[in-house]
Design a protein around this ligand. Structure first.
Ligand code: NAI
Length: 342
């Protein structure tokens, strides 16, 4: 197996703890990776760099792939989100977030197996905000034909490759007739012209969320524009045990950045209590992506071994506190490592 160079961004808050736990598991599992460390977020600012250093962007473009810890964004003031900047600058237009019920993690439902596909570059996250007149501000929601079409095509292709049965689009096109109207129209077109065999359904997002919390087992793939995808990702995390167990990938045509759905969780940072599993699951997605892009199936084997081991750890009740267990961040990583050769 040839060694792969992968950019590692530790991020802020719980980022350094969870990335350290995850790289330890990957090394122990025999993933042949050479980590190329770069900074972003508050960690970069503290070192005197820009919050989103150009050299970090250049490194991801050069190596094509990164594993990223969460980055803090100030609320209501300060710099704009590093995460949003990164996704836009690298054109990582598809956010993919698999949410599934896990062995040993008791929640209200045991049959959740949903993949959220979120458009990652447009919508209200365009960052175009201004003060119209004192006391009146506005934010622009952007949708382009090209942006809506490419995310719809990406979702249908993913559904076909992964043998998933159905795509449901959550929207609010009854109110935002132009922007959300364009989003569903492009999805309808791609469905009819290119992927008629995948079942297709639309739901107005408010009623869709009600169905989601009542009976999540009825959904397979959810396709959403940017803001809805952000909100519904955390809602779905709540269905399977919380933010500690939901991974993510931001994928474009040239590069991909793998990161958990959760943020930097500053209130629990530095205490060795954060759950590293969401980032570990993101790293498994990264190994699957590497296998696809390099044709080297040994990455798949390593990913499978890690997945089997964390499923087994959870089933054995080796869990972090967010899941009702007692293990710290590093101890959970060790529990996974112990099961790698079991
Ligand atoms: P958050 O996801 O950081 O935390 C929300 C809650 O979930 C907290 O109670 C936290 O303790 C818990 N939590 C999150 N991850 C956990 C883990 N791995 N293990 C155990 N518990 C976990 O969301 P919040 O508080 O809204 O945001 C904090 C910061 O993170 C903000 O600056 C926000 O902008 C940023 N953020 C960054 C993201 C990224 O880098 N992709 C994504 C989301 C938020």
């Amino acid at each position: 197996m040839t060694s792969e160079k992968i950019v590692l961004i530790e991020g802020d808050g719980i980022g350094p703890e969870v990335t350290s736990a995850v790289t330890k598991v990957l090394d122990a599992a025999g993933a042949n990776i050479e980590w190329v460390k770069h900074h972003a977020g508050l960690a970069a600012l503290e070192l005197g760099h820009d919050v989103m250093p150009q050299e970090t962007i250049d490194a991801i473009q050069q190596h094509g792939i990164a594993l990223k810890g969460p980055c803090t964004t100030p609320v209501g003031e300060g710099f704009s989100s590093v995460n949003v900047q990164l996704r836009k600058k690298l054109n990582l237009y598809a956010a993919v977030r698999p949410v599934r019920s896990l062995p040993g993690v008791k929640t209200r439902f045991s049959d959740v197996d949903i993949v959220i596909i979120r458009e990652n570059t447009e919508g209200l996250y365009s960052g175009v905000e201004n003060e119209v007149t004192p006391g009146v501000v506005m934010s622009m929601k952007v949708a382009s034909e090209k942006g809506c079409e490419r995310i719809a095509r990406w979702a249908f292709r993913y559904a076909t490759q992964r043998e998933r049965r159905q795509i449901t689009v959550f929207h609010k096109a009854n109110i935002m007739k132009l922007t959300d109207g364009l989003f569903i129209r492009q999805a309808q077109l791609i469905h009819q012209k290119e992927y008629p065999n995948i079942q297709y359904e639309e739901a107005i997002i408010d009623a869709g969320c009600m169905r989601l919390v009542q009976d999540p087992g009825q959904f397979d793939i959810l396709l959403l524009e940017n803001l809805y995808g952000d909100v519904v990702s955390d809602l779905c995390a709540g269905l399977v045990g919380g933010l500690g167990v939901v991974p993510g990938a931001n994928i474009g045509d040239e590069q991909a950045v793998f990161e958990a759905v959760h943020g930097s969780a500053p209130t629990i940072a530095g205490q060795d209590i954060a759950n590293p599993l969401a980032l570990l699951m993101s790293a498994v997605m990264m190994l699957n992506y590497l296998a696809d892009t390099t044709g080297d199936s040994s990455h798949l084997t390593v990913g499978e071994k890690i997945k089997r081991s964390y499923d087994q750890a959870l089933a054995d009740d080796a869990k972090t506190r967010d899941l009702g267990g007692e293990l710290g961040t590093a101890a959970f990583a060790d529990a996974v490592i112990e099961r790698l050769n079991g």
